[in-house]
Write a protein that binds this ligand. Structure first.
Ligand SMILES: *[C@@H]1O[C@H](CO)[C@@H](O)[C@H](O)[C@H]1NC(C)=O
Ligand SMILES: *[C@@H]1O[C@H](CO)[C@@H](O)[C@H](O)[C@H]1NC(C)=O
Length: 444
């Protein structure tokens, strides 16, 4: 007998024993009418001030990917205080928390924890205390919002119709922390995963998302083009890698303009170039490096293939040799982030009832990458953008700016959305289990 059949038996028994069906939507506090209450709850000082305090503590002490030791400890302290059990360490610094029955179904919520290697330039009371490190992508707020959701859900634990899995993930910024979390096997029986990202130019209280590809897959490359150095006035005795690299860079742009479907957006950018050091010397070699982006795995792999061909082929035209490195070991490719279509419909229903129909917007795909994509390769996943902008107050700088600023008034929205998405999803999973009552009564 499957677990769900046992569960149904249990529900029927419980219904008989307690007269009211404990898992029925009509008595659960997670009916659609009740959802806005999560937002009210998240705005109360006991949740809001608590989240603000956590967010500021993490902001003052930013830690890079796989070094989030103190951030991880802070998270565990808060989970201990809430009486929430967890697994640690997962993926070096990651923490996986559990709220609910401890039984299936499982639904996961994800927050990334890492900071960026850059100096904060904004002067304020809770500025980064670590030189050269900064939370400039809002991950401090993401952690605070997931803890806020945990606090709300813990208060409603008896109403949860399964288990909410809290994923505090390390190393989103290029470290593939999501992949390490998956490899650890902790999401094995999880039915769906939700994530969010704050955005500076979406109004506060609004969300934006889309079905299908939302963020591009991204990869990096570095190439060394070798010639033969010599006197700059006697080019006939040298093989000039500077001229070869010039042709390589131009040809790389022609892949995008001449070879791919203009409606299948892709990018190749050569972002660095290093070679030569004197006015009158042709150098031995030149190194270039950059990034490439695409919205499907096929386009991405074709682009990667052509980048290598064009670099080596174009170098050869100029009598140079070239080697191309895609950092497969250190920086596995981020696949495109593709939102599940069914979860999109579900998200819209929940977000509309929480925020109001006019606050739930669509969006164009963005070329930035997200390691949330790894989860979506393994299970249905959905990520959305959470607005922070209040034009009447100020214009916020974009993510990865040294002046990046989180509008803390966005925290309750993130916490309430997380809590609603997870709790309602467990209800939905139960409703989808086919119940043939007569049959089970016969078995009883
Ligand atoms: C997933 O479910 C299977 C079958 O019930 C179980 O053996 C396994 O331990 C579960 N994995 C996790 C991570 O809970
Ligand atoms: C390119 O590689 C070949 C084979 O290793 C070598 O013979 C040749 O000298 C190299 N050319 C340059 C310009 O480095």
């Amino acid at each position: 007998m499957t677990f769900f059949k046992w569960l149904n038996l249990f529900i029927i028994f419980s219904s008989i024993l307690f007269a009211t069906p404990i898992f029925s939507d009509s008595t659960s506090s997670f009916t659609s009418n009740a959802i806005p209450k999560f937002l009210d709850l998240a705005k109360e000082p006991k949740v809001f001030d608590w989240m603000v305090d956590i967010r500021r503590k993490i902001h003052e002490n930013p830690e890079l990917g796989y070094e989030e030791f103190e951030t991880s400890e802070l998270i565990r302290t808060k989970l201990d205080q809430l009486g929430i059990s967890y697994k640690h360490p997962v993926a070096v610094t990651g923490v996986i928390g559990y709220i609910g029955t401890g039984l299936p179904p499982f639904v996961a919520l994800r927050a990334d924890m890492d900071a960026l290697p850059m100096q904060e330039l904004l002067e304020w009371e809770h500025k980064s205390k670590v030189p050269g490190k900064m939370h400039a992508c809002g991950h401090d707020a993401h952690v605070a919002m997931l803890l806020g959701a945990a606090k709300i859900l813990k208060e409603h634990e008896k109403d949860l119709q399964g288990t909410v899995v809290l994923v505090f993930q390390p190393a989103e910024e290029g470290g593939c922390g999501a992949k390490k979390i998956l490899d650890a096997g902790v999401l094995e029986n999880v039915s769906a995963i939700f994530g969010l990202h704050v955005l500076h130019n979406i109004p506060l209280g609004e969300v934006a998302s889309r079905s299908g590809p939302i963020f591009a897959g991204n990869g990096f490359f570095e190439a060394t083009i070798s010639g033969r150095g010599g006197h700059a006035a006697l080019p006939q005795h040298s093989i000039d890698p500077i001229l070869a690299v010039s042709n390589v860079i131009v040809s790389l742009q022609q892949i995008i303009s001449r070879e791919i479907d203009p409606l299948d957006s892709q990018v190749v950018t050569v972002a660095k170039i290093r070679g030569g050091g004197a006015f009158n010397v042709i150098p031995d070699s030149v190194t270039i490096g950059g990034t490439f982006r695409a919205f499907s795995k096929e386009s991405f792999m074709q682009l990667r293939h052509r980048i290598e061909q064009v670099i080596t082929g174009q170098a050869a035209v100029q009598r140079c040799n070239a080697t191309v490195n895609f950092f497969d070991e250190e920086k596995p490719i981020f696949p495109p982030t593709v939102n599940d279509g069914g979860l999109h419909d579900y998200f819209q229903t929940v977000a509309r009832s929480l925020l109001g129909a006019d606050k739930v917007k669509g969006m164009q795909p963005m070329m930035g990458g997200e390691d949330f994509a790894f989860y979506q390769e393994a299970l249905p996943g959905y990520i959305f953008l959470l607005g922070m902008e209040e034009v009447s107050v100020e214009r916020l700088p974009s993510g990865h700016s040294p002046y990046f600023k989180v509008n803390e008034d966005a925290l309750p929205y993130g916490a309430a959305l997380h809590a609603s998405l997870a709790s309602r999803y467990l209800v939905k999973l139960h409703q989808e289990v086919p119940v043939v009552e007569g049959k089970y009564h016969d078995e009883l």
